[in-house]
Design a protein around this ligand. Sequence first.
Ligand code: ADP
Ligand code: MG
Length: 438
Amino acid sequence: MCFSIHLARKPLVDVERWTLKQVQGDGSGSGHRQLRLNMTTFRTLDDLGDLTGKVALVRVDLNLPMQDGAVTDDTRVRASAPTILDLCAKGAKVLLLAHFGRPKGERVSTMSVSMTLDAVQAVLGREVMFVPEVAGDVVRQAVGILRPGDVAMLENTRFWKGEEKNDPELARAIAENGDIYVNDAFSAAHRAHASTEGLAHLLPAYAGRSMEAELKALEAALGNPVRPVAAVVGGAKVSSKLDVLTHLVTQVDHLIIGGGMANTFLAAKGVDVGKSLCEHDLADTARGILAAADKAGCTVHLPYDVVVAKEFAANPPSLRTCNVHEVAADEMILDVGPQAVEALADVLKTCRTLVWNGPLGAFETVPFDAATVALARSAAALTAEGALVSVAGGGDTVAALNHAGVADDFTYISTAGGAFLEWMEGKELPGVKALQAA
Ligand code: ADP
Ligand code: MG
């Protein structure tokens, strides 16, 4: 195992960089990137002094993608490494809490969180003790063996039925072996489970570094953003993001709709979208969203030129670019056209904040990645100039931004799929709320 390679990689969440970039602004003195954060409601690791011998129960995300028993992507571990190492440096005995898969309250050997042990040890560059329980004497004994600054990984929280039921009994049993609770798993914060919500009420609770960075970024994007604000919403279907669209029209100045869901809006406006992916039964809903946007003073941008093909394949012979009103009955819209992308880039130039979820086209297949790549690069360039705060999230969105080579250039990229979407829907996340209350 090569520790140095993993350790040399920079952590995904760079709180220092975020803070500096945001608070110092673009250096031009315009001050428009100044963050007005109301983070006082959260306790963070900065509120902790020496923890020598104290036990920190730390909720992390170890639900890592695996293939043939090996972790294929350790991004989530790297995201929480600063939190774990910070607590170690303060002298705490760190007990990691996480779920892995969906064992539904049973012990399932293939879903032991110990499957991630090698990956966690590699990222942290230190030994991690595995404890096959989350509560009780076995954990107590493990705590007795650990020295200050040591790390142990407790078993999959979802092996216990009380986890997903947020059973106070289970939470109390876990809390018995800890002195403080740190939640660093924003990606699990949309669930009110014992390890994500219940524990926060039983021990002094703190947001970890990754949670803190996520909350700051989200606050800057939609909570208290510098205006004007643009949102890009793309992806396959309107039905999967109805609540997102409904919330955003009341929050942002410009709503840019792309991807398959743009087809549904175009069809609702009477455009013939041919064989395109389109939810015709949602025409009324789409018109309702457009009306709500109008009322809220939100400008909705739909493509006026599009990239179409008769078959869905890489560089198909039938590929062409046309006006949305010229799509033939046997053609599919697979990407936003170049003229629309140029106009959208101009819209971004007038904005100070961008929140992005969903690719503009079927980006996995060339050349239907063109619009997503082009607009992502415009957003990245504006961010680099200090003109834009750009926040993006969503499984395919992160893949698309990586594909465009701009993931490092956005202000913040959230890897929390479900939690990010629920936040974009304007919902209160129980795991976050519990930290605020604590
Ligand atoms: P995320 O995971 O970021 O939330 P989604 O899952 O909603 O994003 O959407 C991503 C999917 O949408 C991609 O697989 C992409 O191929 C698909 N998609 C985007 N535009 C189109 C289109 N015009 N036609 C068909 N599929 C599309
Ligand atoms: Mg997806």
